[in-house]
Design a binder for this molecule. Structure first.
Ligand SMILES: Cc1cc2nc3c(=O)[nH]c(=O)nc-3n(C[C@H](O)[C@H](O)[C@H](O)COP(=O)(O)O)c2cc1C
Length: 172
């Protein structure tokens, strides 16, 4: 199983959650490729061919990002728009992602309690466009791993406990 993590954090230097996650991942699973698209493409000029080749070689693709306005950060949306091209992953001859696994690892500042139907909606609902995209290209959607409350007072304690679950989601 070859796994690639598409990391889309606009400011990884100031990150806490995603930095701890990817740090633990590269230590425990150096075989997993962490592909930091904000570092690779500071001018947002995505090398579509290189990205498609990377995905073709992977069995599992994890999209990892901090939630921004209930959505993915903008470079990840551009990456999807550019890389998930007609004739490559959909349309005539577009079968390159069929049968692969796609999942999401996401962090939020909002605490768990507000991610429900009566406030912001569940995280599963809010990630529905990614789930639909995965289905559209014939991939298996692995659902998500989420860490809420990135600035809550008990963040360090919860993050320490979360790491094994994150590693399990990405690699098992
Ligand atoms: C532009 C912007 C928009 C954000 N929008 C949301 C949001 O809609 N919901 C939320 O819970 N947190 C939101 N946040 C907070 C980030 O999700 C949070 O800072 C991040 O997940 C923490 O992870 P990190 O420590 O890896 O940076 C936003 C942050 C920024 C900078």
């Amino acid at each position: 199983m070859k796994t690639v993590v598409i990391l889309a954090h606009p400011n990884i230097a100031n990150s806490h959650i995603n930095k701890v996650w990817t740090g633990a991942l590269s230590q425990a699973h150096p075989e997993v490729h962490i592909h930091d698209i904000y570092a690779l493409y500071p001018n947002w000029n995505i090398d579509v061919q290189a990205e498609q080749t990377l995905l073709e070689q992977a069995d599992r693709v994890i999209l990892e990002f901090p939630f921004q306005w209930y959505n993915m950060p903008p470079l990840l949306k551009k990456w999807l728009d550019d890389v998930f091209a007609y004739g490559w992953c959909y349309g005539e001859g577009g079968d390159k992602l069929a049968g692969k696994e796609i999942g999401v690892a996401v962090s939020t500042a909002g605490v768990e309690d507000v991610y429900n139907d009566s406030v912001y909606g569940t995280i599963g609902d809010l990630l529905r466009p990614i789930e639909s995209t995965a289905k559209f290209v014939g991939a298996k959607y692995l659902s998500h791993h989420v860490f809420h409350g990135a600035f809550a007072p008990d963040v360090d304690e919860r993050l320490a406990k979360d790491i094994d679950n994150y590693l399990g989601f990405v690699t098992k």
